[in-house]
Design a protein around this ligand. Structure first.
Ligand SMILES: [Ca+2]
Ligand SMILES: [Ca+2]
Length: 392
């Protein structure tokens, strides 16, 4: 996945082998490192550094002890002053060692100098997933060949470093650090964390690449109702859209109870038809879920009381006011038909207790939409719809 990282970092880890140390002596860089180690530890007995110096170079124990003492007593002198001294010793290995090798050095050199090894233990992400890195001593590898760890922005990474045959380390910030330790970091972006470990047998590196990914966006949704005002029994379609979401579900509240909204996991986009019930305000609420978290969206439906219908004028009781109703009243008025009491009640549009020609005229006016409610209808009621159909 990230080949470029691997290529860029393989060169960081350098393991100095004992063979290299014995055969070639010290480079200027190596000598500088050694001098700086000694300079940074003025109170450490010279003997502690002798093995280090002699392991890297052809310097004898006596020479090393003298050199260390001089370096420690000259804290303000630049390391570069001592470097030629150290490298010159090593360039003349054969003569120096034959002429000046004391018996003490024989025992020192008979002990095999071991190269440092190192391991990083990296804990990161939710739940603190732990992986070991740097097992090869070079590059960023864990035991399974992974070259990096991935975290999200703001998440911590805790790195514990451990070593063998090392006296100290140089941490990611470049400062001298413990040979074994632990620290927690909050990387602001992709970052390589590398430790160099130094010991008598050379140095080695362990590192890990931490890739920081932006946090996923918090999902958002919008819920709409096909009607925002409805009466019980109305069908209303609830539709939702979303961004950065994986799925949705209805919040199980009092509205969900009234509308019978299911518990099911729903798709991130969808719609559902509900039957309105109850009265007052209904606020169906949808929860939307994604990698970045969850959020809510609601719609509002005002449930009004069902309208009270006034059936005045609908003489034939077919649910509409039409010319047929008017004709039936006229036939009654002229004595062609009789009406039941219920029919008479519906025919009496002005409420005077009589079925007369003026009631028939009112029905004609209603059908012609000249009036919208009959005089006899109680306040707040609504009349039946008009039908333009003719005939009985
Ligand atoms: Ca009718
Ligand atoms: Ca009347």
């Amino acid at each position: 996945m990230k080949k470029y990282i691997l290529g860029a970092i393989l060169s960081i880890g350098i393991l100095v082998s004992p063979a290299f140390t014995q055969a070639a002596g010290l480079t200027t860089d190596q000598a500088t490192i050694l001098i700086n180690v000694v300079k940074s530890s003025p109170s450490t007995p010279a003997g502690a550094f002798v093995d280090l110096i002699t392991a890297f170079s052809g310097v004898t124990v006596n020479q090393a002890t003298a050199l260390i003492t001089v370096v420690q007593s000259s804290p303000t002198t630049s390391a570069s002053v001592f470097v030629p001294l150290l490298t010159s010793f090593t360039s003349d290995t054969s003569t120096t060692q034959t002429t000046m090798q004391p018996t003490t050095q024989t025992t020192t050199q008979s002990t095999a100098v071991k190269s440092p090894t190192c391991t990083l233990n990296v804990a990161y992400g939710p739940g603190g997933v732990a992986k070991k890195y740097g097992l090869t001593g070079t590059g960023y590898y864990d035991g399974s060949g992974s070259t990096y760890v991935e975290i999200h922005d703001g998440e911590p990474v805790t790195i514990s470093w451990a070593s063998t045959n090392a006296d100290y380390s140089q941490g990611p910030g470049g400062d001298k650090d413990l040979a074994n330790g632990s620290a927690t970091y909050y990387p602001g972006g992709n970052k390589a964390y590398v430790w160099n470990f130094y010991g008598n047998g050379g140095y080695t590196s362990c590192g890990v690449m931490v890739e920081v990914f932006p946090n996923p966006d918090i999902p958002a949704c919008a819920l709409t109702a096909s009607k925002n005002t409805a009466v019980p029994g109305d069908h209303v379609t609830l539709s939702w859209t979303s961004e950065d979401a994986a799925y949705a579900s209805w919040v199980q509240d009092s509205t969900a109870d009234v509308l019978g909204l299911p518990l099911d996991k729903l798709s991130d986009f969808g719609s559902q038809v509900v039957t309105v019930a109850g009265k007052g305000y209904l606020t169906p609420t949808l929860s939307i879920f994604g990698k970045g978290g969850s959020s809510l969206c609601s719609a509002t439906i005002m449930v009004t009381a069902p309208a009270v219908v006034c059936n005045k004028g609908d003489v034939n009781s077919d649910g509409v006011i039409s010319q047929s109703d008017q004709e039936q009243v006229m036939r009654f008025v002229v004595g062609l038909v009789t009406l039941t009491d219920a029919e008479k009640n519906r025919a009496d549009t002005n409420g005077d207790g009589l079925v007369q020609l003026n009631d028939a005229i009112d029905i004609g006016g209603y059908v012609a939409r000249q009036i919208t409610i009959f005089q006899a209808c109680p306040s707040g009621t609504v009349g039946l719809p008009v039908s333009s159909a003719t005939g009985t």
